[in-house]
Design a protein around this ligand. Structure first.
Ligand SMILES: Nc1nc2c(ncn2[C@@H]2O[C@H](COP(=O)(O)OP(=O)(O)O)[C@@H](O)[C@H]2O)c(=O)[nH]1
Ligand SMILES: [Mg+2]
Length: 369
């Protein structure tokens, strides 16, 4: 019987029957890999992603991943919930409390390289812990890292080294938080294998579980993660996703606002300043993202007129829900959160209404800076 070969990039079983399905590799290439017993083989989708940054859609569902999570309670494992610091509320797996069982789990806040330079790590960790506790999750430890820039990885690696002496290590979280990039960085620093697993800015890159053996006999296990409708990335096309994803540390841009003013963060975020004094709002978003100030009385008309052009993304081919708002009153200097886009710092004593498509990713926290 033929042994199945797994794509080392995304975890899908390699097949040459259906180019539209996960794990496709043309027949000749698959035969060759089987004959040579080559296990470092990439499917066609991974190949295109890795070399041309081109995404081929495949059907994905969350069932397999949920089954995997379910099985964790019976296993002895260290569970690493990787979260995106820019989309924290959507990347914390609240369902984890049902799955951890007696296992320990830790939170790893990723993409720290994008935080403004003067951010205090202790404040960020305090905020992460509070949010986790609020959702009934009690992480054993919290790490702030950048998988991409390989920042702060030493302490995480030494923790994982210790813990993996008697158990496997599962990396879980929603898609796009950087699980695969993180595992690549860890195995690169532990040994010298580079860029093994396919990563991309598109949600749903990893298709099935990928097991990386450690010298101690245990495994690091990458998982596809959960795709959720609450992530902006799930709704944006490739170009728009590129535009809103910051590449460098966020730099503050200050806007002087009066009550009755509105700020648009392209067509994906909006803030109405309802009550308070004339004051400055500090916007932290990707550097090339367009921010527009207008009067609130004109804002709806302005949005209708300019969405899809001046206010892009979203572009017409993005499947995006209409903007939906939520009011916040700042009891202290606060960050208004726009999940996946960035945040806006406002002083205390302001009444604001913030909007995103369908209200996804809206939130508030005590100002970190
Ligand atoms: N700026 C930044 N981007 C990152 C970091 N880690 C991952 N990414 C990017 O986030 C996207 C998703 O990464 P990936 O590892 O495929 O996420 P996964 O779906 O959780 O496995 C890719 O575009 C990565 O380059 C990081 O530390 N900093
Ligand atoms: Mg992945």
């Amino acid at each position: 019987m033929d042994e199945d070969i797994i794509c080392i990039g995304c975890g899908a079983v390699l097949q040459s029957d259906d180019p539209q399905k996960a794990g496709y590799l043309p027949k000749g290439a698959l035969e060759k890999a089987k004959n040579e017993e080559n296990t470092d083989v990439y499917c066609q989708r991974c190949f295109k992603l890795r070399h041309y940054n081109e995404i081929m859609p495949v059907d994905l569902n969350n069932d397999d991943f949920l089954a995997l999570l379910n099985s964790l309670a019976e296993k002895k494992a260290l569970i690493v919930n990787v979260v995106d610091l820019f989309d924290f509320s959507n990347s914390l797996l609240s369902s984890l409390k049902r799955f951890v069982g007696n296992n320990d789990f830790i939170l790893v806040g990723n993409k720290f390289d994008l935080f403004p330079k003067n951010s205090k790590q202790s404040k960020i960790k305090d905020w992460m812990r509070q949010e986790a506790n609020r959702m009934g999750l009690y992480p054993k430890d919290i790490f702030l890292v950048s998988a991409k820039k390989k920042l702060n990885l030493e302490s995480l690696i030494s923790y994982i080294n210790d813990q993996s002496q008697d158990k496997d290590v599962y990396f879980v979280g929603t898609t796009n938080v950087g699980k695969s990039t993180l595992i690549n960085a860890i195995i690169d620093m532990m040994g010298d294998i580079q860029n093994l697993i396919t990563t991309s800015r598109f949600p749903g890159t990893t298709l099935d579980q990928i097991e990386i053996p450690l010298e101690n006999g245990h495994f690091l296990i990458d998982t596809p993660g959960i795709m959720t409708d609450n992530q902006l990335a799930t709704h944006l096309n490739a170009k728009d996703l590129e535009l809103i994803s910051p590449k460098k540390p966020l730099k503050p841009a200050t806007y002087q606002l009066l009550p009755g003013n509105t700020l648009f963060l392209v067509g994906l975020g909006r803030i109405d300043y309802l009550k308070g004094e004339s004051t400055s709002f500090t916007v932290y978003v990707a550097r090339n993202m367009y921010v527009h100030r207008t009067k609130t009385t004109n804002a709806d008309a302005f949005y209708e007129k300019h969405k899809g052009e001046l206010l892009t993304p979203p572009s017409p081919d993005d499947q995006m829900a209409p903007l939906k708002g939520k009011e916040f009153k700042t009891e202290f200097k606060s960050d208004l959160l726009f999940g996946g886009i960035g945040f806006v710092t406002v002083p205390k004593g302001c009444l604001v209404k913030t909007y995103t498509p369908d209200g996804i990713g809206l939130g508030i926290r005590r100002a970190l800076i």
